[in-house]
Design a protein around this ligand. Structure first.
Ligand code: MG
Length: 456
């Protein structure tokens, strides 16, 4: 029998208290460069490409932040602020590899590991106190392991749910471990600006401001009926969050098989989106971007052996025209989406592209510029076994040529997938996305978008 753990701070918590960790790699892509090239440690590193290009900073080390460099800044301005900064392209393959290593380290503590984005993770340690001790101590331990094995700096937030863990992490940045103690959620949240709560975006924030609600504490005092009347279901969620409550479970997104190989569990939906910087008005570029998002999403769908039945295209515009009133011109966003469910699921790039283009063209026309475009595939089903059957059906339907349109498309898709596996995604692209060459640099991994997670 293992020696009993020394007394720790989680020992007397009520049974069932959730222990959630949020882990975030500090300055991820810049830290990956420093991990790969130890001579860069302690130096101002900027990832995004050459400062002579018109690209933006994707990531920068904390040493670079001291000079006022931030993600989203033009690289050329970054160089002006810190002439001795070191500019790198970034290495998405190394980044993916290191992210997998972190995932493996986390899986040693609990199977409930959620890889939430390119560089952040959630871990559910509820009920592991007897094994691992207090969540805070486990967080320190994980931080040390990741530093030793991956040479990456982590900030970890500890809380009783996603929201408090994430907010605690914000306090601990960079490189710290911060905890919001069980029972103190509401007290902690009360003084925070209301837009720190997830779900309080631009428009809800502005409406709350009109009621003079500026802190989470002020929001927590509003009866839920009133929030429901003002914001519908979103209002109910806001009410819960303002009290520091969030029941949403941590999804186990990855697992290791008996040979120690890491696998992603099939997602419930697949989303690819990007932001235009500056906003885009040219239809040809927007449609080319949609085509590129379709290519990436369909490729991923096939990698996961999935097919989608529901497609959705969402656009966010901003009206950048000066307003007639005396108020300063401001950017008013509007969002519209079109969704369609097919009679049978598909994983074919060509079909998803034709249908998404139709959805996009069905959206209302706006005299405004496009800020963001999103493609979402949902209603996913497993294609194993299904692909073979389709081949046979197609042959039966078309005995003369032996190949039907879906059959040919399927062969084309699988040939392209093979080539990309060998040569990189960006080496083979469909003609429909080529107008992007004018606006986005092309690398072996594909176009360089504002959303680095697209390179996944
Ligand atoms: Mg990060």
């Amino acid at each position: 029998m293992a020696a009993p753990l020394p007394p720790h701070r989680d020992r007397d918590l009520p049974v069932g208290t959730r222990r959630i960790l949020h882990l975030d790699v500090d300055a991820f892509l810049a830290s990956v460069e420093q991990a790969l090239h130890p001579q860069l440690a302690g130096k101002p590193v900027v990832v995004g490409g050459s400062p002579r290009s018109r690209n933006l900073v994707m990531s920068c080390s904390y040493e670079a932040r001291r000079f006022g460099i931030r993600p989203g800044l033009l690289l050329r301005d970054a160089q002006r602020r810190c002439p001795r900064a070191i500019f790198r392209d970034g290495d998405s393959q190394a980044a993916n590899r290191l992210r997998e290593e972190i995932t493996r380290i986390l899986l040693a503590f609990t199977p409930r590991v959620e890889v939430a984005s390119i560089d952040d993770f959630f871990l559910d340690l509820s009920g592991t106190q007897r094994l691992h001790g207090a969540a805070f101590g486990t967080a320190l331990h994980i931080q040390k392991l990741v530093r030793e094995h991956c040479s990456l700096p982590l900030t970890i937030g500890v809380g009783t749910n996603r929201i408090t863990a994430r907010l605690a992490g914000k306090l601990g940045k960079p490189g710290g471990v911060a905890e919001i103690l069980p029972g103190y959620e509401r007290t902690f949240l009360a003084s925070l600006p209301v837009d720190h709560l997830p779900g309080v975006g631009h428009s809800i924030g502005a409406r709350l401001e009109r009621f003079s609600i500026r802190t989470v504490g002020e929001l927590a005092l509003i009866p839920r009926e009133i929030l429901f009347a003002s914001f519908g279901r979103n209002g109910l969620a806001l009410h819960e969050r303002a009290q520091g409550k969030d029941e949403s479970p941590i999804e186990a997104t990855h697992f290791e098989d008996e040979h120690g190989r890491l696998h992603a569990r099939p997602p419930r939906s697949l989303q690819r989106e990007t932001t235009f910087e500056p906003e885009e008005g040219r239809r040809i570029i927007i449609e080319a971007m949609l085509s590129y998002l379709v290519e990436r999403a369909a490729h991923r769908l096939r990698q996961l052996n999935l097919a989608a039945r529901t497609l959705e295209v969402r656009i966010r515009w901003v009206d950048t025209r000066p307003r007639p009133q005396r108020s300063a011109p401001h950017k008013e966003p509007f969002i519209a989406e079109r969704r369609r469910t097919l009679s049978s699921p598909t994983d074919a790039t060509d079909e998803i592209w034709r249908r998404s283009l139709r959805l996009y063209r069905d959206l209302p026309r706006k005299r405004a510029l496009v800020k963001r475009i999103t493609l979402r595939l949902s209603n996913l089903t497993c294609t194993e076994g299904w692909q073979g059957r389709l081949f046979d059906e197609a042959r039966e339907q078309n005995p003369d040529t032996g190949t039907s349109r879906p059959d040919r498309q399927r062969r084309l898709d699988s040939a392209l997938d093979q080539l990309r596996k060998r040569h990189g995604f960006g080496r083979i692209l469909r003609g429909t996305s080529t107008p992007l060459e004018k606006t986005h640099p092309l690398g072996p991994d594909g176009y360089r978008l504002r959303t680095p997670s697209l390179n996944q």
